[in-house]
Design a binder for this molecule. Sequence first.
Ligand code: PEP
Ligand code: MG
Length: 880
Amino acid sequence: TQWVYSFGAGHNEGRADMRNLLGGKGANLAEMASIGLPVPPGFTITTEVCTHFYANGKQYPAALKADVQAALVRVEEAVGLRFGDAAKPLLVSVRSGARVSMPGMMDTVLNLGLNDTTVEGLSAASGDARFAWDSYRRFIQMYGSVVLGVDHHRFEEIIEEVKLSRGVVEDTALSATDWREVAQGYQEMVAEVTGAPFPQDPEAQLWGAIGAVFESWMNQRAITYRRLNDIPAEWGTAVNVQAMVFGNMGEDCATGVCFTRDPSTGEDIFYGEYLVNAQGEDVVAGIRTPQPMSAARAKPGEKPMEQVMPEAYAELVRVREVLEKHYKDMQDIEFTVQQNKLYMLQTRNGKRTAAASLKIAVDMAREGLIDEREAVTRVHPASLDQLLHPTLDPKAPRKTLSKGLPASPGAACGAVVFSADEAEARAQKGESVILVRIETSPEDIHGMHAARGILTTRGGMTSHAAVVARGMGRPCVAGAGSITVDYSAQALMAGGNIIRAGETITLDGATGEVFIGPVAMIEPQLSGDFATLMEWADKVRRMRVRANAETPLDAETARKFGAEGIGLCRTEHMFFDPERIGAVRQMIVSETEEGRRTALAKLLPFQRDDFTALFRIMAGLPVTIRLLDPPLHEFLPHGEEEIAELAASLGVDALSMQRRASDLAEANPMLGHRGCRLGITFPEIYEMQARAIFEAAVAVAKETGKAPVPEIMIPLVMVKKELEITRAQVEKVAQEVFSETGTTIEYMVGTMIELPRAALTADKIAESADFFSFGTNDLTQTTFGLSRDDAGKFLPHYVERNILPKDPFVSIDPEGVGALVEIACEKGRGVKNGLKLGICGEHGGDPASVQFCETVGLDYVSCSPYRVPVARLAAAQAAL
Ligand code: PEP
Ligand code: MG
C-alpha cells in the first residue's frame, strides 16, 4: 500500500479525482501543481492511514515512518533546505484534509520545524529577525494549543502583557525583541502547564502534529459537523505536509482567501480578502481588518490588492482563469505572496448561497464552460428553499439598530439568544431565535443550525459565521462592529439602545442591516435565472410534478411554482371552516342516515364551490380529490364546555352529546374508523362529495369550454372489495349528475396505496383502479409500526445513534417502504399496463425520495406548493 503521495516540484503522484484517498486539499494541491500552478512542494498522508490508525488502537502502518522520511527528503531537495538544519531550516505546515471540506473543524499547525536553534538560522537566512521570532512564537502557540492542548487564552494573555508594556495596539508594532520575549514567555508557560519542556526536536514535532490531525477527526465538533452533514466517520482525514511559504516576511508579502466569483450573489467578480505581511490564520482570526481584492469593490480608505501588489494580483487573476477553465466551477482559494511571488495553498469548489449557485450555474452554461444539463446538476434541489424564503418588505416601518456585513442572504426575525445551547434549547420548543455572538467558532454549529439567523460583531465575509451560515442557508449579518455584546449581562448595546436576551430583532442578511423588533416580510421574487434553470430542468425530467393543495391560495402558489396539477386535495381540510363545522358536527352526531343526509345537504354547496375554484385555477390540469379520510371524532368538540355548547346549538342535551362523543372515540384512531371505512359504513358522505365534484366539473366545463378531468381517490384501501364498493357509489352519482345536467365528462377513480396489504395485493386492487397514488406517510407508519404523531419524541434519538440512517417520514426508506412501493408498481402494472402511478406523501418533495420515485418509474410526484421547484429540479437530476 502506498501511504504517502508527493506533490509539487514536478513530482505529482496525486490527482483531483483521488479525493477519497488524499482528501480534497491533497488531491487539489497535486492537481494544481500538475497543471503548472505555483504550489510549494509537499506530500499527503492518505485517509487510509487515518482508518488504519483508528482500526489498530491508534498505531500507524509499519512502513509509514520510512515513507514520510523519503517524501520529506524530496521536499528538502526541491527547496534546497533541510528539516532541522541550524543554518537553512526547512519549515512545514501540517494540515488536515478530509474528502469533503469541513471548515475549521480540524487542526492545522504552521511553521513546524522551528526551535531555539533553527529560529536563529531562519533569522540569518531571511535577514529578518522580527519575522523569524514572530514565526517561532506563532508555531509555539499553534503547536501548544493544537497538539499539547494548552488553552489559547493563555497565549493571548502573554501577548497582551507584552503589548501593554510596550504601549502598542497592533501586533505589527511589536519588534524582534518583543516577539522573542513572547516566544520565551510561551515556552515557560507551556512547560508549566504541560509539565514538560516545549519539544525542540523537529521530527518529534512533526509526528506530534500528524497525530493531532488524526486525533482531531474524532473531536466533538468534527463529530457534530459530520452528523449534521451526513459525513461517515469511516472516511477519515488525510494529512498534508507542505513546505512553508511566508506571507509575513515584510510589506511585499501577503496572504489571502478568495473566491473566483461572489459566493453570496454569484456575480462574476474576483471576490475575497487579503492582508499584507500576515500568515493565513490572521485573515480569519479577525485581529486585523482584511482588505478587498479588486479595486472595483474597494470602499474609500481601503487598500485593494489590485493597487497595493499589482504584479501578484495580475498573476492571481491569471490563476483564477486557469482554475475556472480547469475545474469548470467556482473555486475557493487560499494563497500566499512571498516577496512578490504568488503561491497557491488550496483550491476547492467554493461553498455558496443558493442564489449564487443558481447564478453561477446559469452563467457558466451561457459562458460555455458547462452545458445546460450539467448546469441542472449544479444546484442542490433542497437549497432552492432558500430562494423561496421571504425578504423584508421594503415598505415596512423599521428601526435600525446597527449595520454589519451582508454575510448570508435572507431575512430572519426572532428572540435574541447569546449561546448556541440556548439557541438549540429554545428552537426545540418551537421558538424563533437569533443567535448573537461576538464571533462564532466550530463549537457553535448546533446553535447556528437551530437559529433562524446569526449575528456577529466581529469577523469578515470569510469568518466562520459567514461561511457556515451560507452553507446552512441561514441569514447572517457578520462583523456588526457598532454592537457591543455583554454575555454576562445577557444584553447587547448599540447606539444607546440596549437589547436583552429574549427581545426580538430582525436581520437582513442581504444588506447587513439589523433592526429592533419585528419587521414585516414579503414573498420572494424569483429571478430570471431561476426560471431559466427550471426550464432546463423541465427539459430533462421525465416525471411530472404536482402539488398537494386544497385552498385556492395554495393552488395558485403551486401553479406559480410550476405545478402540473393537484396530486392530493385533502377534502377533510375543507370541513373545518367555521361556516361549515356546524353542519359537519350535526352530521356526525345524528344517529340516523336521514339526519346525516340533512346535514350533508348543507355541506354540498360548500364543497361544490371548493372544487369549482380548484378546477378553475388548474385550468384543465389533472386534479386528484381524495374523499374524506380521518375518523369522524376528529371533528368533534373537545372538553365539557365545548360539548355543552354544541349540544345547545343543535338542540340536544349535553349528556347524549357526551355519550355520542365517547361512542366515537377510539383507542387507536390511526388504525380505526377512517378512510374508505367511513365511506363504506356511511355511504352518504362519499355520495355527497362525489356529487359536489361532478357538479363542479360540469359547471366549469360549461363555463370555460374546457372540461376538467377529476381523479377521485379512495383512501386507506386494504382489500379490493372496498374499492369496488366505493367505486360503484361514485359511478352511480356520476351517472345521476350527467343525466341531470345533460353533460358527460371524463373522470377517473383510483386509490391510495398506503397500507402494506394494499401494496402486497396491488394486482387485485389494480383491477378496480384507474390509478394508484402512494400515501407514503401512512405506508411508512404502518410498515414500521411507528405512529406518525408520536414518533417525533424518540425518532431523533434513533437517527442520532444511526439505528435509522434518516427519519423515514422525511426521506423514503428504500429497503422497507420502498420495497413495498416497488412490489405494488410491478403488480399494478402487471395487471394494467401503463397504470398511472404517483406519490402524494411528504416524500414527494424530498430529493432523495424523488430519486427513488424515478427509479421505480412513477409518473409523477406531488408535494407541498413551496417544494414544487425542489421536486422539479430533483426530478430532473434523477432523470440525468
Ligand atoms: C399519506 O398517508 O401519505 C397521505 C398522503 O395521506 P395523509 O397524509 O393525509 O394521511
Ligand atoms: Mg394517508
